[in-house]
Design a binder for this molecule. Structure first.
Ligand code: KG4
Ligand code: ZN
Length: 354
């Protein structure tokens, strides 16, 4: 039987059984990650080889270095996730892999590895959208969470408000018209010479600062649930230059707290407006920016006040990881077809809509 026929046959069996252990592979940016996830919800093991320290030397992700480091990290990660789960390769039912969006070279390393593994083991290959992965981190963290719910996905490359209608079926309610929220944090941090990655450090500094100390403009967008951060970024840069020219020292903690509040207010205002207008009962957070302390507190406080159930993954599942890919892969496996070995990386793919 050809590999493609075998993969389809395996998928039919797994759908009938309703259970599957997925080996998940993530390599879209600067973390190489692998995980073993059972039935989309249960983490058997999860490991991340982070490259952050290397890229920090250059002030940002260097794509060519990222690709080379992924290649070195992939094989050892397989041994680590199997050992951590106490399982052999025979326990793996399918391979889930991120095919986009992300850096093309980085994506291709994980994709090629996953294809080779799936082919050699005669296992179905499941193509996972990275953004869908971020949303799915909520299924691992919250056993009772089921669609429908509204999800704010905010990461270094994306800021979306989506309605999760069913597993794998989304409706886009709003998105950024320019920079992503994480990008806004990272660029503002750079202005203050806060080292890469700026977002988490700025968040930490902000905890000690006064959010009313500096005034940043409120940005208006055409779409009711759309975001825009580039105006804020420009205002931040201009204000920093102006203060420096006047010889005034920028109080880093106050500055970070004021900027963080401006970004978080916009994210929470728009997400809750979308919840109200669509009659949603539950709201979830996803993506690297979902680890922001103020965003978590404000969403919990204001969402609960509105009568919503508020969900968010633990911080470790907000930033890039493979557990979330394993969860998304399970639901794709149960509802869709296996990917062909001709599957290519899609660096700019969007979330699949209904
Ligand atoms: O989801 P992620 O790990 O990678 C992408 O898919 O982009 O998100 C990374 C982004 C970076 O921009 C980083 O600065 C931001 O998430 N980030 C944060 C925090 N932790 C990570 N931004 C604000 N506050 C944080 N605590
Ligand atoms: Zn991500």
């Amino acid at each position: 039987m050809s590999y493609a026929d075998e993969a389809r046959e395996r998928v039919r069996e797994l759908k009938a059984r309703g259970h599957a252990v997925i080996l998940a592979v993530e390599s879209s940016c600067d973390e190489t990650a692998m995980a073993l996830v059972a039935d989309g919800r249960r983490v058997l093991s999860g490991e991340i080889a982070s490259q952050v320290d290397t890229h920090a030397l250059y002030g940002g992700v260097v794509p060519e270095i990222a690709s080379r480091m992924h290649v070195e990290a992939l094989d050892p990660l397989l041994d680590r996730v199997l050992a951590e789960a106490g399982l052999g390769m025979d326990a793996i039912d399918a391979v889930g892999v991120t095919f986009g969006p992300g850096l093309v070279g980085a994506l291709l390393t994980g994709l090629s590895w996953a294809k080779a593994f799936a082919y050699a083991r005669r296992l179905p290959l499941i193509a996972v959208n990275h953004i869908e992965g971020h949303v799915s981190a909520n299924f691992v963290a919250n056993p009772e969470l089921e669609p429908p719910f509204v999800c704010l996905v905010a990461s270094g490359g994306h800021s979306h408000i989506v309605s999760v209608e069913r597993y794998g079926a989304y409706k886009m309610l709003g998105r950024t018209t320019d920079d992503a929220a994480g990008e806004a944090f990272d660029k503002a941090a750079r202005v203050l010479n806060i080292p890469y990655p700026g977002g988490p450090l700025l968040d930490k500094l902000a905890e000690e600062g006064n959010p009313e100390a500096y005034r940043f403009p409120k940005i208006h967008t055409e779409g009711k649930y759309d975001f825009s951060f580039s105006g804020l970024k420009t205002a931040v840069i201009n204000q920093a230059h102006m203060l420096r020219q006047k010889g005034e020292e920028i109080r880093v903690a106050d500055w970070s707290a004021s900027l963080r509040k401006a970004v978080v207010d916009m994210l929470v205002d728009k997400t809750l407006a979308a919840c109200r207008d669509t009659g949603a009962k539950s709201v979830a957070l996803a993506g690297g920016v979902a680890s922001n302390r103020l965003l978590r507190r404000e969403m919990e406080r204001r969402g609960t006040k509105m009568g919503l159930k508020v969900y968010m993954p633990p911080v470790a599942l907000c930033t890039d990881n493979a557990v979330m890919i394993g969860s998304a892969a399970f639901y794709r496996l149960m509802t869709g077809e296996p990917a062909p070995l001709s599957l290519n990386a899609q660096p700019s793919i969007r979330l699949i809509e209904e």
